[in-house]
Design a protein around this ligand. Structure first.
Ligand code: ZN
Length: 309
């Protein structure tokens, strides 16, 4: 079966302030990578703008309403101390990121495709119930998990996060919910400061921090010792992946030493876990990745693996 790509040229909107690492060129290099001939077999669907109400699956009414009201007519509105921002296009762009995620979940659960990659920006995994943070406004992956439960009747959904930063938002949203597993590898110490092994929720949170300088061997050990056994024990009905590529050795925001091959390997391991547990149903959503060449190489390896089925 095929691999779905949800994408949209509008993901190159949402301008950020000069010098900001989370910039429109990130999306442009992802699109350019996936336009290469070897990705011709991808099923391509343009992401829709989601109904804002679906964001309330994981965000508070107060947060969603405040964000909508904050949309500027021009210039920027700075949130979260200036790291996270809104400009006139932002509201539609972030709703489109949510929409693309829901379309991917729908297509995989309908059996139309084997798996899916959501090429979107800005990322989402730092956004908490009531707080924009770390370039993130809506927690796409969390909304996707809730959508699978509420609208497709799934019981157990697993979220695996290999972005170099800990997904504090996803952890916070599901911290006391045993129906959602959150398993993360990330550099520690590093922004946002959460993600210690001792943060376990109700037994549904599994943090596997890596040390600055760690490379692919440490990632593989973390997957084999903790992430993959935890997934198999949880028996998810769907696996969602926060696919951030900022653990790449070229990335300016962190100091792990991963290569594109490491991301390809992690992708294969998660596909195999999905095969063992849930008929291969896997949806991956782009999170970070701030070196353009590192991002392009990593997305290439990730999506190449996905489409091997
Ligand atoms: Zn990140």
């Amino acid at each position: 079966m095929a691999t779905l790509l949800t994408h949209h040229p509008a993901f190159a909107d949402h301008r950020t302030t000069p010098g900001h690492p989370e910039r429109p060129d990130r999306y442009r290099v992802v699109e350019a990578t996936l336009r290469q001939e070897r990705f011709d077999r991808l099923v391509r669907v343009e992401a829709n703008i989601a109904d804002p109400d679906v964001t309330r699956y994981v965000h508070s009414n107060r947060y969603v309403d405040t964000l909508e009201a904050a949309r500027p007519a021009e210039g920027y509105v700075l949130l979260d101390g200036g790291d996270t921002m809104m400009e006139p296009s932002t509201w539609e762009v972030v709703l489109r990121g949510v929409g693309g995620t829901l379309q991917a979940v729908d297509a995989v659960l309908a059996g139309d495709v084997q798996n899916a990659f959501v090429a979107s920006r800005p990322p989402g995994h730092h956004a908490e119930t009531e707080r924009a943070m770390g370039f993130c406004l809506f927690n796409n992956i969390g909304i996707g998990a809730r959508h699978a439960q509420r609208n497709h009747g799934l019981g157990r959904v697993a979220i695996v996060d290999f972005d170099v930063h800990h997904g504090n938002g996803t952890q916070e949203i599901f911290y006391s919910d045993p129906s959602v597993l959150y398993a993360s590898t990330h550099q520690m110490p590093l922004f946002p400061g959460t993600g210690a092994v001792s943060e376990t929720g109700v037994g549904n949170i599994v943090n596997s921090p890596l040390s600055p300088g760690d490379g692919g061997t440490a990632l593989r050990e973390a997957f084999e010792a903790r992430i993959l056994p935890t997934l198999d024990a949880f028996r998810p009905e769907l696996i969602l992946v926060s696919a951030g590529f900022d653990a790449h050795e070229r990335d300016p925001l962190a100091s792990l030493e991963m290569t594109a091959d490491d991301f390809g390997w992690a992708t294969r391991m998660l596909m195999d876990a999905a095969e063992r547990n849930c008929d291969g149903r896997l949806v991956t959503v782009l999170e970070g990745g701030y070196d353009l060449r590192g991002l392009a190489e990593s997305v290439d390896a990730h999506v190449s693996e996905l489409q091997k089925g």
